[in-house]
Design a protein around this ligand. Sequence first.
Ligand code: ADP
Ligand code: ADP
Length: 228
Amino acid sequence: MIEMKNVHKVYDNGVTALSGISTKIEAGEFVYVVGQSGAGKSSFIKLMYHEEVPTDGKVNINHIDIGKMKKRQVPYLRRNIGVIYQDFKLLPKLTAYENVAFALEVIEENPRKIRRRVMDVLDKVGLKHKARFIPAQLSGGEQQRVAIARAIVNNPKIVIADEPTGNLDPDTSWEIMRIFEEVNDTGTTLIMATHSREIVNSIRKRVIAMENGQIVRDEHRGEYGYED
Ligand code: ADP
Ligand code: ADP
């Protein structure tokens, strides 16, 4: 479903972030992206949701070359991809409910259906009872769970997480991972950049390891495998 062919990314300042990335990720996979800071993990995943475009090479999603996608087509792509960040990126003045509802693509749905959908995903992440809270009233783990609810509210085919547990303590990180496993179990492709050796080595999944803008290892049920 996601295919990169000889992808290069050179930023405007001349920094080469990716040099010759080729890989395929099939529907329903769970993939960790590991590597030291600056290895190119963020650049690699940003290309998948058109946050960045490749300097050279192809990024195909379901055989569509998204590198060549027009700006007005990007919202349609994003509807099928949920993104989760290390720092949550919730809107601070909106409640948990509103942060999720805001992301819901409303296509002629009645308000009751919208409310049910939002409450269902908040329930899924265990936060139905805190729907009225604003981010400042929630713990980091709770904020990340709201962000996950926001990412999955449109039933995306792909969820991409960039160091989602980077700001969380270990217990909270395991809770987040349980939710990711549930999301993946329903068939959603999950791609997660991480620095957590513990998580990668205990919840075994495919591991793509990056170094200097290249994929240096790609293993089914792989290990974290390098020293930070
Ligand atoms: P990682 O996520 O593994 O830390 P990144 O993809 O963020 O790696 O970064 C890869 C390289 O690209 C680094 O040298 C970084 O400084 C550089 N880089 C990342 N984003 C930008 C940007 N917007 N402009 C210029 N250089 C960037
Ligand atoms: P229940 O599951 O008990 O029926 P509701 O669906 O009425 O609960 O709402 C549960 C929580 O969701 C409420 O406490 C409220 O904070 C929040 N909520 C529901 N609708 C909205 C809305 N439109 N805007 C903000 N918060 C809402």
